[in-house]
Write a protein of this length. Sequence first.
Length: 185
Amino acid sequence: MNKEDLAFHYVCTREQAKKIVGQHDRFWVSNCGCREDRGRCDRSRIDVCLMFRDDIPGSGGSDRKEISRDDVEEIFREAKVKHLVTRPFRNEECMTQIDGICFCCDDCCVHFIKPGEYRCDKGDLIEKTDNDKCTSCGECTKVCYSGARKLRNDKLFIDCDACYGCGLCVDVCREDCVRMVRRNQ
């Protein structure tokens, strides 16, 4: 993919997002614009727009504030518990540079509640399910905001083309039968 073809946001796993954070020493946070526009969020707190620079605006209307690495780790803990998708965002002038990370959900994020309206690139990882171990419990379908995992006639159906590579299905799988692999495998 050419850098001209890159969307502003892309999806990655929490582990990949933590590696991005590890490349930075200073952090700022502001309110999430999607959560502000909605007026509330039933899934998580509002101040989850993480930035790596102090000279860019957050997506929400609030002023950004500098936070510590411990504060960033707390956002990641909440992201795991609340099943938030990590969506890094790129620098609009240099699309190969990452300026921050959004922590998105199916309650507020326009990417999930208005699919197709805003472009978002898929991550470089994709789910791989061991169907022999899968019991079709359906837990993964509850956190698959892109609709790649669905139950049909009490059996799990996976639409790999719809998988964005967030890894939330791995988090909730009780049978430990889902893992993330490189998309081109």
